[in-house]
Design a binder for this molecule. Structure first.
Ligand code: FES
Length: 136
């Protein structure tokens, strides 16, 4: 093993600079592509406490005062589209019509049916004035 650092030719140096520049540019591009956007919006008054609604591909729940949740309507079981909110044994659930998996609208967890996976949560849910905004 040598005590001296490995010499770097001019060609190697510029190749390294080019790779680093490409990596930085692609990193910046990926960060821009990963930007979050509002994907669904609902009126707070349309979602009673303890209830939920489905809008623009999202289940928006309102489990407690000033608390909202949002989950994709894409069923994790086999790709069905959740299209119903109902009461199931005292729990407000989002139901998939394909094989009747039921998911708790507060947590996205499976309550009943064949799905083994919970619903996919939105990146964030926020309240802006009278609106609930889902960001993903
Ligand atoms: S696809 Fe939703 S329960 Fe099977």
């Amino acid at each position: 093993m040598s005590a001296h650092p490995t010499p770097c030719s001019r060609r190697q140096f510029f190749r390294g600079v080019a790779l680093a520049t490409a990596a930085t540019a692609s990193g910046a591009l990926l960060a821009a592509c990963a930007g979050e956007e509002v994907v669904a919006k609902a009126s707070k008054t349309d979602i009673p406490v303890g209830g939920a609604t489905i809008i623009d591909g999202w289940v928006i729940g309102h489990p407690a005062e000033s608390e909202f949740t949002a989950f994709s309507t894409a069923c994790p079981h086999a790709g069905g589209t959740i299209d119903k909110i109902e009461d199931f044994q005292g729990t407000t659930v989002a139901t998939c019509p394909k094989h009747y998996s039921r998911f708790d609208v507060s947590t996205g967890d499976v309550v009943d049916g064949p799905s083994r996976k919970p619903l996919t949560a939105a990146k964030s849910v926020s309240v802006s004035g009278d609106s609930v905004e889902v960001t993903n």
